[in-house]
Write a protein that binds this ligand. Structure first.
Ligand SMILES: *[C@@H]1O[C@H](CO)[C@@H](O)[C@H](O)[C@H]1NC(C)=O
Ligand SMILES: *[C@@H]1O[C@H](CO)[C@@H](O)[C@H](O)[C@H]1NC(C)=O
Length: 540
């Protein structure tokens, strides 16, 4: 086997090396309350299961896609909690989101309690069974992160390595791996800076405030989590302190691809980017009715896909906004696929519109007839459209959506309108602008070719690193030493303090010496005068 190892194609080699950890037992804790995060995490579970691992996932929401060989444990939140989270989303949809930071702060109180709810998952007997039952054996835990770091505790209970999966670029959680912050040139998520360009003075000021804002936000959440943690495991001496949970993360899978998406930044080796993991390398065939509908579109005009995501339900949008959208869309030449939950009560009938409740978004965006994606600008949808090179019209609602929308406009992939103040005229004009001006299509196509150009696809990257952690029983050797250093040591503050103290001592010493010297000289002079005088007097 080992003879002509040079001639074995790389992928085959990879498969051979990886085969050492095939069929591992992997536990996914995907209890996020955000369906768009769950989409990404469940596609990871699917890929791992397809490659031969025994994957068990715990979710709080009903998973959007469930591979038949993935074992699923649903830990239901009680109905009231589910409703209150829905109400929270609805409330945010109706509020103006032009200022994301303020709406985030306003929502913070209700969010903190929502995050508290995720902790209830850990109290559930089905989850306790995972580590209390001696029959269960796991090799690895993957935690889907959504401010729910309490779940890092389960890997400690099981005494196995863990990986964190995050639906954002490295800026947010990278610091727990010792990833440098570099706030002078790495813009935080909500700040829009053109790729490759340094931030202006004003932007750097904004960046500092945004960084401090999210730091405070995280401290509030963490403070809350710490209390829950003590309540959960306070009497268990085998458990680490809450703040030490972070020190045992082998690596974090970030849902981003810095080289094409930016920002360009240094990353420690434990930062693994798998942006686009939810996008299949090859699209699946479409359901027959959708395939026929798209094929019936003329090849000159093409088709449009309209989806406002899964968090925002039809009843959350003001009804006159929906009417305005329908008035514009029903008069377009294009065929339109419109994601709509309540099929008994659609915005109106029209030849060119197909309503559907559930749609394979990725496969539809891959279809060559699609010319425009009208989206709420959730990270998942935007990623898929960028992967397939489709221009977008963003109608952001809340959370990271205004930021995603602004970013895609800056990159020239499309335009954005406020859903709250949507008017027929501007909606129609914007659709025509994106369809008729080729620059949007060109920009997003160029991005798409960079995004797909990687040494390993997102899928291969995931499989390689998961197997890597299992093979080496954790990845402590990958870890930056800064993870185990306090704030003072990490920034060399103690050494700077020592240097300052030394400088001060040197200053004091030299002051003493010079003063002494000066005094000596001075007193010598004043002493020598009488002597000289007396000598002179003697000579005279
Ligand atoms: C797969 O994992 C589940 C859940 O831990 C376990 O019950 C089952 O026995 C495992 N199957 C194999 C083949 O190891
Ligand atoms: C985390 O803990 C596990 C089991 O205790 C260990 O095997 C692994 O090496 C640790 N990982 C890190 C990064 O410290």
């Amino acid at each position: 086997m080992a003879v002509h190892s040079n001639s074995i194609p790389f992928l085959l080699m990879l498969a051979l090396v990886a085969s050492g950890s095939q069929g591992a037992n992997i536990l996914g804790l995907f209890t996020s309350l955000s369906p768009s995060h769950l989409v990404i995490q469940m596609s990871m579970a699917k890929i791992l299961a397809e490659s031969g691992h025994n994957v068990t996932v715990v979710t709080a929401l009903k998973p959007p896609l469930l591979h038949p060989s993935v074992n699923h444990i649903q830990v239901p939140l009680d109905e009231a909690d589910g409703k209150s989270f829905g109400a929270l989303v609805a409330d945010m949809a109706k509020r103006d989101t032009s200022n994301a930071v303020i709406s985030m702060l306003v929502a913070m109180g209700s969010l903190t309690s929502a995050f508290g709810k995720m902790a209830d998952v850990l109290r559930h007997q089905k989850v306790k069974d995972l580590y209390e039952h001696t029959d269960n054996h796991f090799d690895l835990v993957i935690v889907g992160y959504f401010m729910n770091s309490l779940q890092l505790s389960v890997a400690h209970k099981l005494k196995v390595p863990q990986i964190v999966a995050l639906s954002n670029p490295p800026s947010l959680l990278g610091s727990v791996l010792g990833n440098p912050s570099e706030i002078s040139y790495v813009p935080s998520m909500n700040l829009i800076v053109k790729r490759g360009q340094p931030m202006t003075f004003v932007q750097r000021v904004q960046n500092i405030f945004a960084t401090m804002g999210s730091w405070i936000f995280m401290r509030v959440i963490e403070h809350n989590n710490d209390k829950i943690y003590k309540d959960l495991y306070g009497d268990d001496p085998s458990m680490p302190r809450y703040e030490d949970l972070y020190k045992n993360i082998s690596l974090i899978l970030f849902s981003s691809h810095g080289i094409s998406e930016g920002p360009i930044r240094p990353n420690v080796p434990a930062v693994i980017e798998v942006g686009g993991i939810q996008v299949k390398d090859q699209p699946d065939p479409l359901p027959e009715n959708i395939e026929d509908f798209l094929n019936s579109a003329s090849s000159d005009d093409g088709a449009i896909f309209l989806s406002l995501g899964s968090n925002v339900k039809a009843e959350h949008i003001k009804s006159d906004t929906v009417q305005k959208m329908f008035n514009v869309i029903s008069k377009l030449k294009q065929k339109v696929i419109w994601k709509w939950d309540n099929l008994e009560n659609t915005p109106g009938k029209s030849e060119n519109i197909l309503y559907a409740k559930w749609l394979p978004q990725d496969d539809i965006l891959a279809h060559p007839k699609i010319r425009l994606f009208i989206t709420h600008a959730g990270k998942g949808g935007v990623t898929e459209a960028q992967y397939h090179g489709k221009p977008m019209l963003a109608l952001p609602v809340f959370g990271d959506q205004p930021g995603n929308a602004a970013a895609l406009v800056t990159q020239g992939f499309g335009l954005s309108l406020s859903l709250l103040t949507l008017e027929e005229q501007s909606f129609r004009d914007t659709i025509h602008e994106i369809l008729e001006n080729p620059k949007y299509n060109r920009a997003v196509k160029a991005f798409s070719s960079l995004y797909r150009d990687r040494p390993l696809s997102a899928r291969q990257t995931l499989l390689y690193w998961v197997d890597y952690v299992i093979r080496h029983h954790g990845a402590a050797h990958l870890q930056s030493p800064v993870v185990h250093m306090g704030f003072v040591a990490a920034y060399n503050l103690d050494i700077y303090a020592l240097l300052l103290a030394l400088l001060f001592v040197i200053y004091l010493c030299s002051k003493l010496v010079f003063c002494g010297l000066y005094r000596k000289l001075f007193s010598n002079k004043s002493k020598s005068h009488p002597k000289q005088k007396s000598k002179k007097q003697k000579k005279q």
